[in-house]
Ligand binder design. Structure first.
Ligand SMILES: [Zn+2]
Length: 346
């Protein structure tokens, strides 16, 4: 039961039409896009919380953010392509290197640049995960390209980020690892599943921001079955965030510790910790199916914490039944973080 979103602002619409008709359509579409995009982009800059990896308040550049870790070394890790799953649709990967390094496109052999090759391989792991686990062909379900700019010079990237409009990921030097890449592409998946969560920096929209970050961590966790993110970054022993033990990375594990001003990344662990507890109770396989269905079918663009709990319960019920251990597991896990259907926010 999967509902694909219809063509949206960032997708192409196509059909078997005459050239003249298409030309008129393109002109009209361009005018409409310009009319819609302008206020939207202004609004984005003013209010939208960015889809990035880390920093307490935003994705804005702060000194030192791009300098963690060593520059790329001379040799790449094992770049032997893993076998693709049976029946998997073709991938469409492109990795660019923001500092005059090589570009690697789908089917190209390893470049020898560590970051380029790590990104290329990690994108296969991500694409194969979506296919094997959800029968989904890339983030949009229709084979969307997977794009990464490593060692990026992009001025908007503090560490790593997903660009909603460009449908592309960026990574500063020292901020590329498989788990981080999976987090960023998970933002793309959630964007396609929901039409784009309307996260914000103030009020209840901070909950939506935190949910967006939690979902990105949750999907990254699902790939590796580990309760942490960013532990695989170069020269880093501790994770960026721990969903297993949020306190170890100075993040909250209960809504009593929700702090609006701390922003989406900090508060995300309340939700991702509930998810971690779920996985330990009812298993990863059930948990990942529940969260996928919940977001696909029962989450709207302004989802808040208690809305998300309800969506998860609904999905568990649909998949496993109202009296199932899985539904009970969801209820107990959210209860552990203080979400029992009655939390009204700070
Ligand atoms: Zn993020």
């Amino acid at each position: 039961m999967r509902v694909r979103r219809t063509a949206s602002r960032w997708s192409d619409a196509s059909g078997a039409l005459s050239t003249e008709y298409v030309a008129v359509l393109v002109l009209v579409a361009a005018l409409m896009t310009a009319l819609f995009a302008l206020p939207r982009l202004v609004g984005d800059a003013a209010e939208q919380a960015a889809d990035c990896l880390f920093t307490a308040d935003s994705c804005e550049i702060t000194p030192g953010d791009g300098s963690v870790g060593e520059p790329s070394g001379e040799t790449s890790p094992d770049t032997t392509p893993a076998p693709r799953p049976d029946g998997a649709p073709p991938l469409d990967r492109t990795v660019t290197h923001g500092s005059d390094g090589p570009t690697r496109e789908e089917g190209d052999i390893a470049t020898g640049d560590v970051d380029v090759d790590i990104a290329y391989d990690a994108m296969q792991v991500w694409g194969d995960y979506l296919w094997v686990t959800y029968g989904r062909d890339s983030i949009d379900g229709e084979g969307a390209p997977l794009l990464a700019d490593v060692q990026t010079q992009d001025p908007d990237t503090a560490n790593a980020r997903w660009d909603r409009d460009e449908q592309m990921t960026y990574y500063r030097d020292g901020w590329l690892s498989p788990s981080v890449l999976h987090h960023e592409f998970a933002h793309g998946l959630v964007q396609w599943q929901t039409g784009g969560l309307r996260s914000g920096r103030t009020g209840d929209a901070v909950q939506t921001w935190a949910l967006n970050e939690a979902l990105a961590d949750i999907h990254a966790m699902n790939v590796t079955r580990e309760g942490m993110l960013g532990h695989d970054l170069p020269d880093r022993d501790d994770p960026v965030r721990s969903s297993e033990d949020p306190g170890s990375t100075s993040n909250p594990d209960h809504v009593d510790q929700y702090h609006e001003a701390a922003g989406g990344h900090a508060n995300s662990t309340i939700i991702s910790h509930a998810y971690w507890l779920m996985t330990q109770d009812i298993g990863w396989e059930a948990s990942e199916q529940i969260v996928f269905l919940a977001v696909e079918e029962h989450v709207d663009q302004d989802v808040r914490f208690e809305d998300f709990r309800r969506a998860m319960l609904q999905a568990a019920e649909e998949l496993y039944g109202a009296d199932s251990d899985e539904r009970r597991g969801v209820e107990e896990a959210f209860g552990e973080v203080g979400l029992d259907g009655s939390w009204t926010g700070p």
